[in-house]
Design a protein around this ligand. Structure first.
Ligand SMILES: Nc1ncnc2c1ncn2[C@@H]1O[C@H](COP(=O)(O)OP(=O)(O)OP(=O)(O)O)[C@@H](O)[C@H]1O
Ligand SMILES: [Mg+2]
Length: 463
């Protein structure tokens, strides 16, 4: 049994006094806190004033019946799990009850064990919903950025950029390692902005043959090449005022890059086999996990196109650099995978979360999702723990650098600082005041550093 049940507040509304009293007493003896109301209106005001964790309503009541009461209750407290008590043979009303948003129903006569069990289920469900809501609030942008989880400063910066460019027509370049969420962010650029009702077309530049990419993008005239049986518009026209997402733009053949550059600059293009210039007002979002600078150096990517693209660049940092997003992502995907795989895993142990947070995630968020799905396919425990995680994970994590960032800073400071101060001491012949003036650091601080590094300033005098 979960801990949520103990002391949970249960509101009961039933117009039959003896039944109401019996149920309240029974609930109290099971460890719940219970309040009974005979009138529906009193029940509703209790919801406001007492904030119950779950409610039990009788279905058959004069005036407002249980279904109507449920609907009203959910208006006040949308997360409230409601259990309806129905008489024998009122299947129709139970269907109605579920439609009205009740969590479950119990057919009379019921035994107290069943009531307890159903309440536990309801409270678990309630707790999950509450956690989900908190999680959504933590991302801070619920409806606006659907499906994007994270609260690290790094991801917030990414989302701020998305917000800033969404309503412009500017070309956007999204960079980041594989699996960091480039496609997710490209979508967000489209859906957050005014183009959200217009088409979003993804063009995977890595999989379209070089010979076809121009006609796919810009269209072609009938007879332009073998197989071109009729005039055809390309993606930039098909997307109208929407967005074309050029995924893996680093893969675009050199010949095509010049035409693309012209399109980005003038918004004009020519269909293959035509001479007439056309215009299209589509917004281009491009993404790559390649390092375009080295592609330019290697002569595989036009420098002018690179500079044109990088005017507005959204760079998504690798997951290991925003580890504070890992617990949120785990919780988010745990909930989704519970549904997908029909699991009821309630959480992940702190030790497992710690391990997962220190792992390097070379495949970033995609790897995290895949790993969780793998683990949840083969295990179905109450709580996921370290023992359910792949063994390799622990070895990989053990290969981590053994230092914290501040230890690293100390070491770099000593390595660089030592020769820096030695040459200053040499120059000023051990005169700390002059060294301090020159370095812009106060004297006491220099003394402390030199002492820590075992350097004796007097040995530089008369040198
Ligand atoms: N911030 C996020 N919140 C929730 N899910 C995310 C987030 N970022 C990425 N994902 C998920 O991770 C997976 C990989 O994301 P996506 O396909 O956008 O990555 P990518 O950077 O385009 O990868 P690649 O370079 O391999 O194409 C998807 O399932 C996506 O839904
Ligand atoms: Mg991608």
């Amino acid at each position: 049994m979960t801990t949520t049940a103990h002391g949970a507040r249960i509101l009961v509304v039933d117009d039959e006094r003896p039944l109401l009293a019996a149920l309240v007493t029974a609930l109290e003896s099971m460890g719940y806190e219970a309040i009974g109301e005979l009138k529906q209106s009193d029940g509703l005001s209790r919801i406001l004033s007492w904030q119950p964790d779950a409610a039990i309503f009788d279905l058959n009541m004069p005036g407002m019946n249980g279904v109507e009461l449920t609907a009203k209750a959910l208006e006040i407290m949308p997360d409230l799990p409601v259990i309806l008590l129905t008489g024998f043979g009122t299947i129709d009303s139970s269907v109605q009850a579920m439609r009205a948003g009740a969590f479950d129903y119990l057919t009379k006569p019921f035994d107290l064990n069943t009531v307890d069990l159903t309440l536990h289920k309801a409270l678990d469900h309630h707790e999950q919903k509450r956690r989900f809501r908190l999680l959504a609030e933590a991302t801070g942008r619920v409806g606006e950025f659907e499906g994007i989880v994270g609260q690290s400063p790094a991801i917030k910066k990414v989302l701020d950029s998305v917000q800033a460019v969404a309503d412009t027509a500017s070309t956007v370049l999204i960079t980041g390692e594989s699996g960091t969420g480039k496609e997710v962010i490209a979508h967000a650029v489209h859906t957050v902005g005014a183009r959200r009702e217009k088409p979003f077309i993804t063009v995977d530049c890595a999989t379209i043959p070089d010979t076809l990419i121009e006609s796919e993008l810009f269209g072609h005239a009938k007879g332009a090449f073998t197989g071109a049986h009729k005039d055809r518009a390309g993606y930039v026209e098909a997307a109208a005022d929407g967005t074309v997402f050029l995924d893996e733009i680093g893969e675009i053949p050199l010949g095509m890059q010049k035409k693309l550059l012209r399109f980005l600059e003038e918004k004009t293009f020519v269909r293959v086999g035509e001479t007439r210039r056309r215009t299209a007002q589509v917004r281009i979002v491009a993404a790559t996990n390649r390092d375009l600078v080295s592609e330019v150096q290697a002569g595989r990517f036009r420098e002018d196109l690179y500079y044109r693209l990088k005017v507005i660049e959204i760079c998504i940092p690798p997951l290991r650099e925003r580890a504070e997003d890992i617990p949120l992502l785990l919780e988010w995907y745990l909930t989704r995978l519970n549904r997908k795989l029909n699991r009821k895993i309630s959480g992940i142990s702190p030790a497992a979360i710690k391990l997962l947070c220190s792992y390097q995630w070379p495949g970033n968020v995609r790897e995290l999702v895949n790993l969780l799905e793998h683990v949840m396919t083969f295990h179905n425990p109450e709580t996921l723990d370290v023992k359910h995680l792949p063994g390799g994970l622990q070895t990989l994590t053990a290969a981590l650098p053994s230092r914290t960032f501040s230890e690293l800073k100390e070491q770099v400071l000593e390595e660089v600082g030592r020769s820096y101060f030695q040459s200053l001491l040499n120059h000023f012949q051990g005169n700390i005041t002059k060294v301090a003036d020159y370095a812009g650091v106060n004297r006491r601080h220099i003394h402390r550093l030199l002492h820590a590094w075992g350097i004796d300033p007097s040995s530089f005098r008369n040198n």
